[in-house]
Design a protein around this ligand. Sequence first.
Ligand SMILES: NC(=O)C1=CN([C@@H]2O[C@H](COP(=O)(O)OP(=O)(O)OC[C@H]3O[C@@H](n4cnc5c(N)ncnc54)[C@H](OP(=O)(O)O)[C@@H]3O)[C@@H](O)[C@H]2O)C=CC1
Ligand SMILES: O=C1CO[C@H](CO)[C@@H](O)[C@@H]1O
Length: 334
Amino acid sequence: MIRAAVVGVGFMGWIHALAYRRSNTAEMAGFASRSATKRSGDWRGIQGNFGPPGEQFDVSDMNVCEHLDGLLADDSIDLIDICLPPHLHVDAVTASLAAGKRVLCEKPLALTSAEAERLTSLASPGQLMVGHILPLMPEFSLLARMKADGRFGRVISGRFQRTIGPPDWIPDFYDLSRVGGPLLDLQVHDAHFIRLLFGMPQSVHTASHKLDGVPKRYETVLAYEDAVVSVGGGVIDSPARPFTHGYEVSFEQATVRFEFAAYSDGTTDSIPPVIMHNDGSLERPELGGGDPIDAFVTEIELAASVVAGAPLPPVLDPELASDAIKICEMQMQN
Ligand SMILES: NC(=O)C1=CN([C@@H]2O[C@H](COP(=O)(O)OP(=O)(O)OC[C@H]3O[C@@H](n4cnc5c(N)ncnc54)[C@H](OP(=O)(O)O)[C@@H]3O)[C@@H](O)[C@H]2O)C=CC1
Ligand SMILES: O=C1CO[C@H](CO)[C@@H](O)[C@@H]1O
């Protein structure tokens, strides 16, 4: 069993804790929190936009610290799992790598690609991993598998969208030096997936509506020699639809569509992935589950397998995570 410790007990800290609870290969052996309430095991105040509410739980078997340093000094901990706000990632990753720990850091790895590349260069192979969840969600891993096995030929175009309601629960959301705004905090998910599926674009063109100079709503076209991709979204002003994402992706022999939206009254709209074959036939693959925590179980188990000696999979690779930030920067420069 790989022993992991979470730093930063907020929405993602809780979701990762739930994933460790379900895992057969990684356990949560400790955590660091500034909050005495959370250190006592009372995580009931935690809020997020999916998953169950935080709970009270037994932490008596865990190494519970106020600061990261306490976890770094614990030789029994294999993996530091960083769930802090983005502006704290660089320092936490740097300290954890220097202490010789393996690291799983939530997206975005850093607030600039230069910082992300520096962190990557500090790590030995497989020491640093980045939690980009999208390729591990069944609706998206389907596309990655289609590309990998080439069953429908080459991937030739994609249109992606991701929009949230006002992110009032995130302090400093539009601050480029703390969270990064909608492109770096939200759309980086698609940038990473686009990088995985299509590679780095030759150029991007973005039109945006800005809030205090930071893109809030945007549409981007990414140009490739042999493919065309677009991605759009951002923040709408209504809290009635806290979250939506989706895509339409074409391979040489089939087009795949997926859409999902969650509303504030608890209802959802969904078009589960549908494959439209060029011969006119339709396929609706059975993807099972639908529990968002499952993808996080996959993520921490992949990280645990790397700690145990497996090769670093592209989905956790910090170089891809840095490229995703680079794509966001290309969009912001427009
Ligand atoms: N993969 C995904 O789908 C998602 C990823 N994320 C990413 O996860 C990361 C965390 O986001 P999220 O969980 O939503 O954020 P939260 O604000 O909910 O949690 C972050 C936690 O970090 C700790 N923290 C905050 N400020 C400080 C500080 N100044 N010094 C030390 N600790 C601090 C706090 O924990 P404590 O009180 O214990 O100290 C806080 O609860 C971000 O990088 C975000 O982009 C977020 C949502 C979804
Ligand atoms: O997927 C997500 C939902 O929106 C949040 C606010 O941008 C992001 O932090 C998170 O990664």
